[in-house]
Design a protein. Sequence first.
Length: 255
Amino acid sequence: MRVILIEDEVLAATHLAALLREIEPSLTVLAVIDSVAEGRERWESLPAPDLIFSDIQLADGLSFSLLEQVRVPCPIIFTTAFDEYAIRAFKLNSIDYLLKPIEREALEASLLKYRSLNRPATDDLVRQMQEMLSGRVFLPKTYRNSFLIQFRDKLLPVKVSDIAYFDIEGGVVSATLFTRIRYPIDQKLDDLEIQLDPQQFFRANRQFIVSRKSIQEAELYFNGRLQLQLQPLPGGSVVISKDRAPQFKKWMEEF
Protein backbone atom coordinates (compact mmCIF):
# COMPACT_ATOMS: atom_id res chain seq x y z
CA MET A 1 0.00 0.00 0.00
CA ARG A 2 1.27 3.47 -0.90
CA VAL A 3 0.05 6.48 1.06
CA ILE A 4 0.47 10.25 1.15
CA LEU A 5 0.25 12.12 4.43
CA ILE A 6 -0.98 15.72 4.41
CA GLU A 7 0.02 16.98 7.84
CA ASP A 8 1.82 20.10 9.07
CA GLU A 9 2.62 18.88 12.59
CA VAL A 10 5.89 16.95 12.52
CA LEU A 11 5.12 14.90 15.61
CA ALA A 12 1.65 14.00 14.34
CA ALA A 13 3.03 12.94 10.95
CA THR A 14 5.80 10.87 12.57
CA HIS A 15 3.30 9.22 14.92
CA LEU A 16 0.89 8.35 12.13
CA ALA A 17 3.64 7.00 9.86
CA ALA A 18 4.98 4.83 12.67
CA LEU A 19 1.53 3.40 13.43
CA LEU A 20 0.91 2.68 9.76
CA ARG A 21 4.20 0.80 9.43
CA GLU A 22 3.44 -1.22 12.56
CA ILE A 23 0.10 -2.29 11.11
CA GLU A 24 1.30 -2.62 7.51
CA PRO A 25 5.06 -3.36 7.45
CA SER A 26 5.09 -3.27 3.65
CA LEU A 27 3.40 0.14 3.53
CA THR A 28 5.24 2.96 1.78
CA VAL A 29 4.82 6.62 2.70
CA LEU A 30 5.29 8.37 -0.63
CA ALA A 31 5.42 11.85 0.84
CA VAL A 32 4.51 14.03 3.79
CA ILE A 33 2.95 17.29 2.58
CA ASP A 34 2.98 19.99 5.25
CA SER A 35 1.28 22.88 3.46
CA VAL A 36 -1.08 23.80 0.65
CA ALA A 37 1.80 25.47 -1.19
CA GLU A 38 4.04 22.41 -0.99
CA GLY A 39 1.21 20.20 -2.16
CA ARG A 40 0.60 22.31 -5.23
CA GLU A 41 4.29 22.25 -6.06
CA ARG A 42 4.92 18.52 -5.59
CA TRP A 43 1.64 16.76 -6.33
CA GLU A 44 2.04 16.07 -10.04
CA SER A 45 5.54 14.64 -9.55
CA LEU A 46 4.42 12.07 -6.95
CA PRO A 47 3.37 8.50 -7.79
CA ALA A 48 -0.36 7.87 -7.44
CA PRO A 49 -1.18 6.76 -3.87
CA ASP A 50 -3.63 4.06 -2.83
CA LEU A 51 -4.81 6.09 0.14
CA ILE A 52 -4.43 9.65 1.46
CA PHE A 53 -4.43 10.72 5.11
CA SER A 54 -5.16 14.41 5.33
CA ASP A 55 -5.31 16.86 8.21
CA ILE A 56 -7.90 19.59 7.69
CA GLN A 57 -6.16 22.70 9.03
CA LEU A 58 -2.68 23.30 7.62
CA ALA A 59 -0.33 26.17 8.40
CA ASP A 60 -1.29 28.09 5.26
CA GLY A 61 -4.94 27.13 4.89
CA LEU A 62 -7.39 24.24 4.67
CA SER A 63 -6.35 21.04 2.91
CA PHE A 64 -9.55 21.37 0.85
CA SER A 65 -7.97 24.27 -1.03
CA LEU A 66 -5.25 21.85 -2.16
CA LEU A 67 -7.44 18.84 -2.83
CA GLU A 68 -9.89 20.80 -4.97
CA GLN A 69 -7.05 21.81 -7.31
CA VAL A 70 -5.33 18.46 -7.84
CA ARG A 71 -6.38 15.06 -9.10
CA VAL A 72 -7.54 12.88 -6.21
CA PRO A 73 -6.99 9.27 -7.38
CA CYS A 74 -7.99 7.44 -4.21
CA PRO A 75 -10.05 7.58 -0.99
CA ILE A 76 -9.12 10.04 1.74
CA ILE A 77 -9.15 9.50 5.48
CA PHE A 78 -9.26 12.83 7.27
CA THR A 79 -7.42 13.39 10.52
CA THR A 80 -8.60 16.16 12.79
CA ALA A 81 -8.68 17.41 16.35
CA PHE A 82 -12.33 18.42 15.98
CA ASP A 83 -15.12 16.48 17.62
CA GLU A 84 -17.54 14.25 15.76
CA TYR A 85 -20.19 16.93 15.35
CA ALA A 86 -17.84 19.29 13.54
CA ILE A 87 -17.02 16.71 10.87
CA ARG A 88 -20.32 14.85 10.60
CA ALA A 89 -20.60 15.95 6.97
CA PHE A 90 -17.71 13.73 5.90
CA LYS A 91 -19.61 10.65 7.00
CA LEU A 92 -22.40 11.50 4.58
CA ASN A 93 -19.99 10.90 1.73
CA SER A 94 -18.55 7.72 3.26
CA ILE A 95 -15.24 9.47 3.90
CA ASP A 96 -13.69 8.13 7.08
CA TYR A 97 -12.00 10.25 9.71
CA LEU A 98 -9.68 9.83 12.68
CA LEU A 99 -9.71 12.02 15.75
CA LYS A 100 -6.37 13.22 17.07
CA PRO A 101 -4.45 11.96 18.92
CA ILE A 102 -4.75 8.94 16.62
CA GLU A 103 -4.96 5.59 18.37
CA ARG A 104 -3.85 2.31 16.86
CA GLU A 105 -7.27 0.65 17.22
CA ALA A 106 -9.03 3.47 15.37
CA LEU A 107 -6.42 3.43 12.62
CA GLU A 108 -6.75 -0.33 12.21
CA ALA A 109 -10.52 0.05 11.87
CA SER A 110 -10.10 2.71 9.17
CA LEU A 111 -7.66 0.56 7.23
CA LEU A 112 -10.03 -2.40 7.54
CA LYS A 113 -12.80 -0.26 6.11
CA TYR A 114 -10.53 0.75 3.23
CA ARG A 115 -9.59 -2.88 2.48
CA SER A 116 -13.25 -3.91 2.51
CA LEU A 117 -14.01 -1.61 -0.42
CA ASN A 118 -14.17 -3.40 -3.75
CA ARG A 119 -13.04 -1.59 -6.85
CA PRO A 120 -16.44 -0.12 -7.87
CA ALA A 121 -17.00 1.13 -4.33
CA THR A 122 -13.54 2.68 -4.26
CA ASP A 123 -14.13 4.41 -7.59
CA ASP A 124 -17.49 5.71 -6.35
CA LEU A 125 -15.86 7.02 -3.17
CA VAL A 126 -13.29 8.92 -5.22
CA ARG A 127 -16.05 10.33 -7.43
CA GLN A 128 -17.99 11.52 -4.39
CA MET A 129 -14.89 13.19 -3.01
CA GLN A 130 -14.18 14.96 -6.29
CA GLU A 131 -17.79 16.17 -6.52
CA MET A 132 -17.71 17.45 -2.96
CA LEU A 133 -14.48 19.36 -3.56
CA SER A 134 -15.67 20.80 -6.86
CA GLY A 135 -18.77 22.18 -5.17
CA ARG A 136 -21.34 19.98 -6.87
CA VAL A 137 -22.27 18.35 -3.57
CA PHE A 138 -23.23 20.70 -0.78
CA LEU A 139 -22.93 19.14 2.66
CA PRO A 140 -24.82 20.33 5.70
CA LYS A 141 -22.49 22.12 8.07
CA THR A 142 -22.54 21.81 11.80
CA TYR A 143 -20.87 24.14 14.23
CA ARG A 144 -19.89 24.10 17.86
CA ASN A 145 -22.65 24.91 20.33
CA SER A 146 -20.63 24.29 23.50
CA PHE A 147 -17.15 23.78 24.93
CA LEU A 148 -16.03 21.62 27.82
CA ILE A 149 -13.43 23.82 29.48
CA GLN A 150 -10.89 22.64 31.99
CA PHE A 151 -10.54 25.33 34.65
CA ARG A 152 -8.43 24.60 37.71
CA ASP A 153 -9.70 21.25 38.99
CA LYS A 154 -13.06 21.37 37.19
CA LEU A 155 -14.56 20.65 33.77
CA LEU A 156 -17.07 23.35 32.91
CA PRO A 157 -19.63 23.21 30.07
CA VAL A 158 -19.83 26.60 28.36
CA LYS A 159 -22.40 27.46 25.69
CA VAL A 160 -21.05 29.18 22.58
CA SER A 161 -24.00 31.58 22.77
CA ASP A 162 -22.65 32.81 26.13
CA ILE A 163 -19.25 33.77 24.64
CA ALA A 164 -18.68 37.40 23.63
CA TYR A 165 -15.29 36.91 22.00
CA PHE A 166 -12.15 34.80 21.79
CA ASP A 167 -8.75 36.43 21.95
CA ILE A 168 -5.08 35.57 22.28
CA GLU A 169 -2.77 37.34 24.70
CA GLY A 170 0.73 36.26 25.60
CA GLY A 171 0.27 33.10 23.55
CA VAL A 172 -2.81 32.05 25.56
CA VAL A 173 -6.22 31.81 23.87
CA SER A 174 -9.18 32.74 26.07
CA ALA A 175 -12.95 32.95 25.81
CA THR A 176 -14.64 35.93 27.43
CA LEU A 177 -18.27 35.44 28.42
CA PHE A 178 -20.90 38.17 28.46
CA THR A 179 -20.71 37.89 32.24
CA ARG A 180 -17.05 39.08 31.92
CA ILE A 181 -15.68 35.73 33.09
CA ARG A 182 -12.63 34.59 31.11
CA TYR A 183 -11.62 30.98 30.54
CA PRO A 184 -8.48 29.68 28.83
CA ILE A 185 -9.16 27.59 25.71
CA ASP A 186 -6.69 24.91 24.68
CA GLN A 187 -7.10 25.58 20.95
CA LYS A 188 -5.70 27.91 18.32
CA LEU A 189 -7.81 30.80 17.04
CA ASP A 190 -7.48 29.37 13.52
CA ASP A 191 -9.06 26.11 14.68
CA LEU A 192 -11.80 27.91 16.59
CA GLU A 193 -12.66 30.01 13.57
CA ILE A 194 -13.56 26.89 11.58
CA GLN A 195 -15.70 25.45 14.37
CA LEU A 196 -17.79 28.59 14.96
CA ASP A 197 -20.91 29.57 13.03
CA PRO A 198 -19.78 32.30 10.58
CA GLN A 199 -23.18 33.95 10.87
CA GLN A 200 -22.55 34.58 14.56
CA PHE A 201 -18.76 35.03 14.79
CA PHE A 202 -16.30 37.13 12.78
CA ARG A 203 -12.51 36.93 12.70
CA ALA A 204 -11.69 40.58 13.32
CA ASN A 205 -7.92 40.16 13.19
CA ARG A 206 -5.17 37.81 14.33
CA GLN A 207 -6.00 38.45 17.99
CA PHE A 208 -9.83 38.42 18.07
CA ILE A 209 -12.85 36.41 16.99
CA VAL A 210 -15.95 38.36 18.01
CA SER A 211 -19.58 37.43 18.50
CA ARG A 212 -22.17 39.49 16.65
CA LYS A 213 -23.98 40.04 19.95
CA SER A 214 -20.88 41.61 21.53
CA ILE A 215 -20.56 44.37 18.92
CA GLN A 216 -21.99 47.67 20.13
CA GLU A 217 -20.73 49.76 17.21
CA ALA A 218 -17.96 50.07 14.65
CA GLU A 219 -16.10 53.38 14.46
CA LEU A 220 -14.27 54.73 11.42
CA TYR A 221 -10.56 54.56 12.17
CA PHE A 222 -7.32 55.68 10.52
CA ASN A 223 -6.51 54.63 6.94
CA GLY A 224 -9.86 53.02 6.20
CA ARG A 225 -9.79 50.72 9.22
CA LEU A 226 -12.60 50.09 11.68
CA GLN A 227 -12.44 49.98 15.46
CA LEU A 228 -15.01 47.81 17.22
CA GLN A 229 -16.65 48.72 20.51
CA LEU A 230 -17.40 45.46 22.29
CA GLN A 231 -19.34 44.59 25.40
CA PRO A 232 -17.83 43.53 27.69
CA LEU A 233 -14.82 45.71 27.04
CA PRO A 234 -11.65 43.83 26.03
CA GLY A 235 -8.23 44.60 27.42
CA GLY A 236 -7.15 46.34 24.22
CA SER A 237 -8.58 47.87 21.05
CA VAL A 238 -10.10 45.64 18.38
CA VAL A 239 -9.22 47.00 14.95
CA ILE A 240 -10.28 45.61 11.59
CA SER A 241 -7.83 46.26 8.76
CA LYS A 242 -8.67 48.25 5.65
CA ASP A 243 -8.62 45.02 3.59
CA ARG A 244 -11.07 43.21 5.88
CA ALA A 245 -13.38 46.19 6.50
CA PRO A 246 -15.55 45.56 3.39
CA GLN A 247 -15.97 41.91 4.39
CA PHE A 248 -17.02 42.95 7.89
CA LYS A 249 -19.56 45.46 6.56
CA LYS A 250 -21.04 42.82 4.26
CA TRP A 251 -21.20 40.35 7.17
CA MET A 252 -23.07 42.86 9.31
CA GLU A 253 -25.53 43.63 6.51
CA GLU A 254 -26.20 40.07 5.39
CA PHE A 255 -26.80 38.48 8.73
